[in-house]
Design a protein around this ligand. Structure first.
Ligand code: SF4
Length: 865
């Protein structure tokens, strides 16, 4: 089938597009036509109509592609699923050598069996049924090599244990809807970005033409009040799964009774439980039909419809994926392989659009990280011991052996956290193999153990029994006790162990184990073991190899070379299609200045060694006192850390600087707690709005002190009066003492210096912290470190210009931003600013010049608006 012809016109665009929007759409359309296996990066600053351009070009291509395919079958590229695993370390456990990654199973091999009737007797003897603890007993479990001919296949399969989301009281066979292909998957980081996408989609004709489904989390979609009130994402997920698992096991029990000849009427109805919002399959069907009739709906709309009908919108939406043309979903759901499998997402031949892709490699690796603290380990160990103590006489041999293995492993992990061979370092890093050998647990087959954890329901049974032990004397389950720990409920702790064990199945070179022991005088929670994924390439290749095309879009995607090296190193730079456009705001609407000196002529230097100097803080305060008098409405001032804001704020309070600033602006500080951020932001916005209404006031707006990398710098919109000026104090380099960061830098360095023997060895157990590593590492590693800093700067200052009529000044307060400075950093940081800011950057060599430029800028913009 020939690809659709190139296009210049996009009739679905709801108004006359700007030239850059037309170019963006044509480029994206052509990139999709060049598939299969097309990869394109499109960069377009925030406020340039990027989302609408994506919708109108990608969905137009989908329709054209289908038109072209009409009368024939769309070409189905035989995408390779091969994911060659690297590794290659001679020394590795035997089970790891034999291990081939667990492949997704369409139909999971059942290894659990309903408990046979003859096991009732010993249980009674042990008193299990007398005190109502039967529900915590595990079904018998047999692993692969133990099954042999004894496997009684089929019995359980009739009992609904397959994990369908729509198990129901009124179940009857329902035909699975046909998979629509190709389809478009659009993913972004947050729910609000996805809602914004759906909002833009509604402005186009595609909203009614194509079947769209928006996937959200249970936290956003759950309508079971008892579950919803648990509050946190983890607890809601756990409770929901628990309800569904209970239901499944109830069905299994009922089925087992029937197998054993117990055909008492109503026995199934009595034992069946689960979430009432999934009780009727007919309501799920009604949900799907109502959603289809409405056109594009966002997560809030889905929740409303679910509430109205009285059926679960979370599972309702999941069931619509197969028949959808467009699936809108969060990063985790698309990029995590396990999530794709659980949602039944098939990327074959589809178009994948990843928005906000500026930090994709780091986002991807962090999804595969896993961490367990010593207090979580201790809790899991005590729960396992209590469970074994209570049920060991009635458990089958398979369960007993695996539970004992889990206790051995948990004890080993705890031992490594308390053992401190080298007092000079509490944090060490090692490869997976080194970790396993050093703990003497290399003989344990982690593959089978993980399979057991996945298939046996052990997590729910052991955690459920542990929760029962918390029942207080008056019979109330002391959930408060369980929930007061941030580290989660019993299930969450056990799940943390399961996730960590699963991480150990990764290739030796793809990640590192960080062991952080408790510091003298520190808290037990400070001690943890963490798997840090370093390799993004393999997980991303699972997406690119299946999809017809992958589009990465963002405000700025620089540096492209770093992205290429980390996500698709096998491609040549010339294989990657790259589009970049300028901002649509006119030149006179932004004023970026590198501010090198303060009002008294002092050179601004906020590097680590100088930023705490009282004279530097004082000079910054003097500068700010001048700025607040010139800039109208809102000013957002970014600092490198909460600690530094506190230090500066305290010094300014003591010196009277805050009082002086308060005569011109209301002053607010970003709180650490993200719940309070909302409150402070509302006050900040309210203060600016009240000043605009009372123009005679001496106070003419508000000042917000914020943190780079905090909530405000990442997701908040400071358009118009909310941000007439953004100040960036210094260069927010991440701490070089961060072990994970240093491991990532080493890993990135190794892409280009695999033979460099002077470089730190991969298997090295102790890392030289801090600048030592940066000095030793090669140019790619250093670049990555600098890029992290400048990406954070770009994210923060980009908050202020959000649409074509917006205007704002951007003050980069540090002499290192100046092109002419004898920079101590690896290169001039200003080179890494987005093109539309870099080309307009002015270097203010003295304060007088900065003052003059600001006065002119605000006077001009006041006149022309
Ligand atoms: S099935 Fe749906 S409504 Fe019920 S607990 Fe789970 S997410 Fe909530």
């Amino acid at each position: 089938m020939p690809p659709p012809s190139p296009r210049r016109d996009f009739p679905a665009f709801p108004f006359a597009p700007y030239q850059i929007q037309s170019e963006f759409m044509s480029f994206l359309y052509a990139a999709l036509s060049s598939g299969p296996r097309a990869l394109a990066l499109l960069e377009s600053p925030t406020g340039t109509g990027k989302t609408l351009s994506i919708i109108c070009s990608a969905l137009q291509w989908l329709l054209d592609h289908r038109d072209a395919a009409a009368g024939g079958h769309p070409g189905r590229a035989g995408g390779s699923t091969a994911a060659a695993s690297g590794g290659g370390e001679d020394e590795e456990p035997d089970w790891m050598r034999d291990f081939t990654p667990l492949l997704p199973k369409k139909e999971s091999t059942k290894k659990t069996k309903p408990r046979p009737a003859r096991r009732q007797e010993p249980r009674k003897a042990a008193g299990a049924e007398d005190d109502g603890e039967d529900e915590f007993l595990l079904d018998e479990y047999e692993s692969d090599d133990e099954e042999g001919t004894r496997r009684q296949a089929g019995k359980r399969a009739h009992c609904g244990g397959g994990g369908s989301s729509s198990e129901s009281e009124d179940d009857g066979d329902e035909e699975e809807e046909e998979e629509v292909t190709p389809k478009v998957f659009f993913t972004s980081r947050t729910h609000s970005q996805l809602s914004q996408f759906v909002g833009e989609l509604k402005k186009t004709e595609f909203s009614g033409k194509l079947r769209t489904v928006c996937l959200g989390s249970r936290k956003n979609l759950c309508i079971n009040k008892d579950v919803q009130k648990l509050g946190s994402v983890n607890r809601i997920n756990e409770r929901c799964l628990e309800l569904l698992t209970n239901k499944r096991s109830s069905k299994i029990k009922a089925c087992a009774n029937q197998v054993e000849g117990d055909n008492r009427k109503g026995s199934r109805a009595k034992t069946s439980c689960g979430c009432p919002m999934l009780a009727k399959r007919s309501l799920q069907k009604q949900f799907r039909s109502e959603v289809s009739d409405h056109g594009a709906l966002d997560i809030e709309d889905l929740a409303q419809i679910g509430k109205k009908i009285g059926t679960c919108p979370y599972y309702g939406a999941r069931d619509m994926v197969r028949s959808a043309d467009l699936v809108v979903l969060p990063y985790q759901s698309l990029l995590l392989k396990s999530a794709r499998e659980s949602l039944g997402i098939n990327l074959k031949n589809s178009v994948v659009i990843i928005d906000e892709a500026h930090n994709l490699a780091d986002s991807l690796t962090s999804m595969y990280n896993s961490k367990i603290t010593s207090s979580q380990l201790r809790a899991v160990l005590s729960h396992l011991e209590a469970y074994l103590d209570r049920f060991q006489n009635v458990l089958g041999a398979g369960n007993r052996r695996y539970i004992q293995t889990l206790t051995v492993l948990t004890r080993s992990f705890l031992r490594v956290l308390t053992r401190n061979e080298d007092c000079s370092s509490t944090v060490t890093s090692m490869t997976i193999n080194k970790f396993l050998f050093s703990l003497d647990i290399d003989n344990i087959n982690i593959v089978k153990l993980c399979q057991y954890l996945k298939e046996s329901n052990i997590i729910h049974k052991v955690s459920g029994y542990a929760n029962k032990l918390f029942v207080t004397q008056d019979g109330v389950n002391d959930l408060n006790h369980l929930q007061q720990h941030d580290e989660g409920s019993s299930i969450a702790r056990f799940q943390a162990l399961a996730n960590f064990l699963r991480s150990l199945l990764n290739c030796n070179d793809d990640g590192r184990i960080i062991v952080a022991r408790q510091k003298p005088g520190g808290q037990p929670e400070d001690a943890y073991i963490k798997f840090v994924m370093l390799c993004a390439e393999k997980t991303f290749s699972e997406v690119t190899e299946d999809a017809h095309a992958v589009i990465m879009a963002g405000g700025t995607l620089q540096p492209i070379e770093e992205t290429r090296l980390r996500l698709f190193p096998s491609l040549l730079p010339s294989d990657i299609k790259f589009f970049s456009c300028n901002h649509i705001v006119p030149t006179e609407s932004i004023l970026p200045i590198a501010v090198t000196r303060g009002p008294s002529g002092m050179t601004f230097d906020f590097s680590y060694g100088s930023r705490s100097s009282p004279t530097m803080i004082e000079e910054l305060g003097r500068f700010l006192c001048n700025i607040v008098a010139i800039v109208p409405e809102g000013i957002v001032m970014f600092f490198a850390s909460y600690e530094y804001i506190k230090q500066v704020y305290d010094a300014w309070t003591a010196s009277g600087t805050i009082s002086k600033i308060s005569k011109k602006k209301y002053v607010f500080r970003e709180p650490r707690n993200s719940v309070d951020v909302e409150v402070i932001l509302n006050k900040y916005k309210g203060a600016i709005q009240s000043c605009s209404k009372n123009s005679g006031d001496a106070v003419n707006g508000a000042l917000l002190l914020a943190v780079v990398g905090g909530k405000i710098s990442e997701g908040i919109n400071f358009s118009d009066g909310m941000g007439r000026c953004v100040l960036m104090v210094g260069l927010p380099y991440p701490s070089p003492d961060d072990m994970e960061l240093m491991e990532t830098i080493k890993h990135i360095g190794n892409y280009t210096s695999r033979d460099d023997k002077s470089f730190i060895s991969n298997d090295e157990c102790k890392l030289e912290p801090g600048f030592g590593i940066l000095r030793k590492c090669n140019r790619s590693g250093q670049e990555y470190y600098e890029n992290l800093c400048m990406k954070a700067v770009n994210q923060s200052i980009g908050r202020a210009i959000r649409h074509v009529n917006d205007y704002a000044a951007m003050l980069l307060v540090d002499s290192r931003y100046s092109h002419t400075s004898s920079s101590r950093s690896f290169s001039c940081p200003a080179e890494k600013l987005p093109q539309w800011i870099k080309t307009r950057l002015t270097c203010g060599q003295n304060y007088g010049e900065v003052h003059r430029l600001l006065l002119q800028f605000f006077k001009l913009n006041k006149q022309i608006r």
